[in-house]
Write a protein that binds this ligand. Structure first.
Ligand SMILES: O=C(O)CCC(=O)C(=O)O
Ligand SMILES: [Fe+2]
Length: 260
């Protein structure tokens, strides 16, 4: 997967107006229109999202381009052969079955780089905020460490038990007739730092993320990257995907079945 991503990045060609810095800080999410569209239409494409401060004022790279990326998403599982193969592998299918999923479908995938020294934090959130279903408990994240993930290079942290209290915030598309974009309904609670437990894992480890568990990752302050590949799976049986989600199945890419 790391080799495949190297090739994808080597061929990366991102129009200037789409050179969008990715942040999970809510106050910084008011994006210029070009980059809002670039994000909103990325569900069935391979798109590139950058760290802060990697472009000069003309949109030129200030760092080597392979060091500029925050993440690549959101359809690696559908269009990139290596990622497709891993996502639909027998091992993953077995895990999904063992979780009791009747009709699992893959809704999105992303490759996160956590660049050494400045790989940005992912603020505390629940995945169901972004990938909402009318019934809770239907979405699971499959997060694979491609390099050792430790406390100093930005491993995941979780609040134990937090998956049992519902969700407090939803990201929804702005209503038809206004500028296409997203907005939040409700707000994220503030969580004491002391509630989080680190989940360091070795390269090759799989972390399963309940759709409602509160989790985060910190800024990478080390000199080692922390690449990971993650995808989210919904059990589609008797589940209604929210039509207000930023991510929608498209005619080109209806959510593909996990079991093949
Ligand atoms: O990899 C990270 O730092 C965060 C990933 C995450 O929140 C997710 O995959 O749901
Ligand atoms: Fe998450």
């Amino acid at each position: 997967m790391m080799d495949a991503m190297k090739d994808i990045v080597a061929q990366m060609d991102v129009p200037l107006h789409c050179r969008t810095e990715f942040t999970t800080q809510e106050e910084e999410q008011l994006q210029a229109q070009g980059s809002a569209d670039y994000f909103l239409t990325s569900g069935d494409k391979i798109r590139f999202f950058f760290e802060k401060g990697v472009f000069d004022k003309n949109g030129g790279f200030l760092v080597p381009k392979e060091r500029s990326l925050n993440k690549v998403g959101h359809a690696l599982h559908a269009y990139e052969p290596v990622f497709k193969q891993v996502t639909h592998s027998q091992n993953i299918q077995t895990v999904a079955r063992s979780l009791g999923m009747a009709e699992p479908v893959v809704v999105q995938s992303m490759y996160i780089f956590k660049q050494p020294g400045f790989g940005g934090e992912v603020t505390p959130h629940q995945d169901a905020t972004f990938l909402h279903t009318e019934q809770l408990g239907r979405v699971t994240g499959f997060w694979i460490a491609l390099e050792d993930a430790t406390e100093d290079n930005g491993c995941l942290w979780f609040i134990p038990g937090s998956h049992t209290s519902g969700i407090t915030r939803r990201m929804v598309r702005t209503p038809a007739g206004s500028q296409p974009g997203t907005t939040f309904v409700g707000s994220e609670q503030r969580y004491e730092d002391g509630l989080f437990v680190a989940a360091p894992v070795r390269r090759g480890g799989l972390v399963l993320i309940h759709g409602e568990v509160v989790h985060k990752s910190e800024l990478n302050t080390s000199d080692r990257s922390r690449h990971s590949y993650s995808f989210h799976v919904m059990d589609a049986q008797d589940t209604k995907w929210s039509t207000e989600n930023w991510l929608q199945p498209t005619p080109e890419l209806p959510f593909p079945a996990l079991y093949v």
